[in-house]
Ligand binder design. Structure first.
Ligand SMILES: [Zn+2]
Length: 380
């Protein structure tokens, strides 16, 4: 009997969200909650693909401190432009094109990072993480390439609608198919876990699983389906203006320290010792906590070179930083919180049994590769 594997990776499809939707993806009866990693998809996807933690594969957050050849080199000169021009859409598009021309193949967004400040930073993801050789460590894609199994994938580079249609077409000729979609992630940010668009997205994925299952039944094929996610999503309960807490201090960025304000995290690199003391004092009472070395070790996000920050302040689950470098308007839901929050959990659902030991994003690569062995009959 012909065997095939289909992996559908739905960004932000949390365990709680999927489990609460009646009848969702019913044919996938083997269900496992997965612990996620601290941070966002920029760290979670490389962990899924390599089976390693961020400090091992080097990817944690989208923006890291600059290296010698940052794609943002020279952007400091943008300081000379009027503020209105600095934040214009035209400039954003031109800068995005320039960054691509400078060789960045990975996913990035300039969001609302003040344009001159970009010069202090670098993008962690330079290559295509969905390709063989696209990560600093061997990945699922390298294994697939070596296996000789016909495989193909689609990711954020093409629209979800096309990807899902492609999946059903391509099934005829390919043995390992992989689709990544971030539409649900965007929908959740926009309307929260109870939104109608979120329901519609779930029905779409449910329908795909249903059609694939039906079709395999009809043709008598053995189709192994894996529905996977990288993290969940927490509904936003309140916002917090971290920048305002820092605005009144005698020390400021970028003069006395460098700061990056993610949606749930403020990260600092100190130029002067006094800056650290003032900033730490100013954030006392803010709804969050400083991550200590023990936290970073536990989450696998401690980097010897402090590429992602010398000090990291993490907001409490449900608190959104507004404004941040990612945006100035509130959102209905966010992720990037403490991975132990129940709504942060990811999932792996399948019509194939899932071994007991699979319980974290880093376990997924090993599982899928053992499935690949079983598919090709090369299992020991
Ligand atoms: Zn997101």
């Amino acid at each position: 009997m012909k065997r095939r594997m289909v992996v559908l990776l739905v960004d932000a499809l949390g365990w709680n969200l999927a489990s609460a939707a009646p009848g969702f993806a019913a044919p996938l009866e083997h269900r496992r909650k997965l612990d996620t990693v601290l941070g966002f998809s920029s760290g979670a996807l490389p962990t899924l693909f390599t089976g390693r933690m961020p400090c091992e594969h080097g990817r944690f957050l989208m923006y890291r401190r600059r290296s010698a050849d940052s794609p943002f080199r020279g952007f400091g000169a943008l300081r000379a432009l009027p503020k209105r021009l600095q934040s214009s859409g035209m400039l954003s598009r031109a800068l995005t094109r320039l960054v691509r021309r400078r060789g960045v193949r990975g996913y990035f967004n300039l969001y609302e990072v003040p344009r001159p400040i970009l010069a202090e930073f670098d993008l962690a993801e330079r290559a295509d993480v969905f390709s063989p050789g696209g990560l600093p460590l061997p990945s699922l894609w390298d294994t697939l390439e070596k296996s000789g199994v016909p495989w193909a994938h689609r990711d954020w580079r093409t629209p979800e609608q096309d990807n899902l249609a492609w999946l059903e077409r391509e099934l005829e000729s390919t043995e390992f198919l992989f689709v990544y979609t971030a539409d649900l992630d965007a929908q959740l940010h926009h309307e929260g876990s109870r939104g109608s668009g979120v329901r519609e997205s779930l029905s779409r994925y449910d329908a795909v699983v249903g059609r694939l299952t039906e079709r395999a039944k009809r043709s008598g094929e053995d189709l192994w389906i894996y529905l996977l996610s990288d993290h969940g999503m927490v509904d936003v309960a309140r916002t917090e203006d971290v920048m305002a807490r820092l605005a009144g201090l005698a020390v400021g960025w970028p003069r006395d320290y460098v700061a990056f304000f993610d949606s749930t995290m403020a990260r600092f690199w100190w130029r002067r010792r006094a800056a650290r003391e003032s900033v730490r004092a100013a954030l006392e009472g803010a709804p969050g906590r400083w991550l200590d070395a023990g936290d970073l070790d536990r989450e696998g996000t401690r980097f010897a070179d402090a590429a992602y920050g010398e000090d990291l302040f993490l907001l409490d689950p449900g608190v959104l930083m507004v404004p941040s470098f990612m945006g100035t308007s509130p959102l209905a839901a966010m992720h990037g919180y403490d991975p132990s929050h129940p709504d942060m959990a990811a999932l792996l659902w399948s019509n194939r049994p899932i071994p007991r030991e699979v319980g974290h994003l880093r376990d997924v690569r090993g599982f899928l590769e053992s499935e690949l062995d079983a598919l090709t009959g090369s299992a020991a």
